[in-house]
Design a binder for this molecule. Structure first.
Ligand code: UN1
Length: 509
């Protein structure tokens, strides 16, 4: 069977039933609902994964909590040393994991490799960060007083991750959270449970028999059951969640009731602006990668292309030509540029999305068909000529559909870019310095990420990753995103012998 050798590297036999629950350094005999995971390239069953029952969840969460009580006391650089070893293990298994991602998720191999590289990169960053969890010392208004700020471990980090980045985005969370002194309770997407099981095996390889044993727990399961239990669980003070805007609403509602914190990365509806003065040779590959890469299934995928009117016909023509050369097929074949969508449902969403776009007046100018290809979930990448007032343009359709919208000026481009509810990523192509700087100024793009002469997807881990508005406001990955995984404590220290009150208050007893 296709993929047999890839699965075998992680001890999984095709069609076998494996446990999706692990805590305390080992996989447990799980008793929850069984998830079937499919190869999106062929539609064939890869394996069955037993998810967490209520009882399994409870044991996993307790184990993660117990591990936290020990782990938080380890010096941060010691915790960093484990993350260094995890990074080494991911380096050693990079190709195995990349192939497994291509098999179960359907992204092309180079992107699977890139995804594991992203895990390695965040580990490297986190190791350095483990020696830089700096607080501040603040001058006090009171004599013989000092005010300082410290960052302490938060507790168990719940990770709710999506199918499209089954290893890297959870990796952003666990690598930083571990050096911050937190432990991990991971509910992966039910569409890619094998990738999470493979990662968990590596976690065990590195941490078992050490003081880090048990810092990772895994609970495969549906969002409605296992996910909701986690959202309601006071043992989990912080949840990093990636997914739709609807997921964000559920997370916020549940955490609001119990004072939990969240780091959210929700829907994107990312636009690229190409102005008339732009280098079109530069813009073209960036737009194609943004819209067709990962079969349009990144949160950062380019969904809207805002073209300055005078270049629109020329650029669309070049885009159509480029789209026609995109090789669609087996993501494990190095020549392929676009693999399948994740599921039958995703194909249905693509088709329904295009039908609705046309109903609202959009004109299809490239692609548009689901492809019969050996049982896989393939579609053609599509380009539609749309207008800014079509309501569907404001929605995220998680498929390779690119709206082309004409604009008359930079000002109009900014207005259209900002007119949608989501605010993750954005990019402008221009050679005009003033226009480029306006785009990234306070009156420019309102997104968490705004690029110049670079597309919307493929961010490096060094910057803070995340977006505004319905995208949820969270920041992950680099910069000072680590602060989101810790709790801040302000300390006032009186090293004198008088009880002095702030603001000059007198209260003599
Ligand atoms: C996502 O789609 O949720 O910037 C993450 C990018 C990748 C991460 C995408 N580094 O496209």
């Amino acid at each position: 069977m296709r993929g047999e050798a890839i699965l075998a590297r992680f001890g999984i036999a095709p069609g076998a039933t494996v446990s999706g629950v692990a805590y305390g350094g080992r996989f447990a005999a799980a008793g929850g609902a069984v998830t079937e995971t499919y190869d999106p390239t062929t539609g064939a069953l890869l394996a069955r994964v037993t998810g967490a029952s209520k009882d399994d969840y409870d044991k996993a969460a307790s184990a993660a909590r117990d591990a936290f009580l020990r782990w938080r006391a380890a010096p941060a650089p010691v915790r960093g040393e484990f993350v260094r070893r995890l990074g080494e293990a991911f380096r050693a298994r990079k190709e195995d994991l990349a192939q497994l991602i291509s098999l179960e998720n359907g992204k092309i191999l180079t992107e699977g490799r890139g995804e594991i590289q992203e895990v390695i990169d965040i580990c490297d960053l986190a190791v350095g960060q483990s020696r830089q969890l700096f607080g501040r010392v603040i001058v006090s208004e009171r004599r013989e007083h000092r005010v300082l700020e410290q960052w302490h471990p938060m507790g168990v980090l719940g990770i709710i991750s999506a199918f499209n980045f089954p290893a890297a985005v959870p990796g952003w969370g666990w690598a930083l959270a571990l050096v911050c002194g937190d432990t991990i309770l991971w509910k992966p997407s039910s569409l890619t449970p094998l990738v999470s099981i493979a990662c968990q095996q590596i976690f065990h390889d590195v941490t078992n028999g050490t003081e880090a044993e048990g810092v990772f727990a895994l609970v495969v399961g549906e969002g409605r059951t296992v996910g909701q239990t986690m959202l309601d669980d006071r043992r989990v003070p912080l949840i990093q969640a990636t997914g739709s805007c609807d997921l964000g609403e559920r997370v916020t509602a549940a955490l609001g009731k119990r004072g939990g914190k969240s780091i959210l990365e929700l829907g994107g509806n990312n636009a690229v602006v190409v102005l008339a003065d732009a280098d079109l040779d530069l813009a073209l590959p960036s737009v194609v990668f943004g819209s067709v890469g990962t079969a349009g299934q990144r949160c950062t995928s380019t969904r809207r292309l805002l073209l300055e009117r005078s270049i629109a016909p020329r650029f669309v023509e070049r885009l159509q030509k480029a789209y026609a050369t995109v090789q669609i097929g087996d993501p494990l074949d190095e020549r392929t540029l676009m693999g399948p969508l994740i599921s039958k449902q995703a194909v249905a969403d693509y088709t329904a999305g295009l039908t609705e776009i046309r109903r609202q007046g959009g004109k299809l100018v490239a692609g548009g068909n689901a492809l019969e290809k050996g049982g896989g979930y393939f579609v053609e990448p599509a380009i539609v000529r749309s207008t800014k007032d079509m309501p569907i343009v404001a929605e995220e359709i998680f498929a390779p559909i690119l709206h082309v919208i004409e604009v008359g000026s930079l000002e109009e481009a900014i207005e259209v870019n900002n007119a949608v509810p989501q605010g993750l990523s954005s990019g402008i192509f221009t050679n005009d310095l003033r226009k480029a700087d306006t785009w990234i100024s306070a009156v420019g793009s309102d997104c968490g990420m705004a690029n110049v002469n670079a597309g919307t997807s493929g961010a490096e881990i060094g910057g803070a990753f995340g977006g505004e508005k319905m995208t949820g406001g969270g920041r992950q990955s680099g910069s000072d995103a680590w602060k989101g995984y810790m709790r801040r404590q302000t300390n006032t220290v009186n090293y004198g012998s008088a009880a002095v009150l702030a603001q000059g208050v007198k209260f003599d007893v």
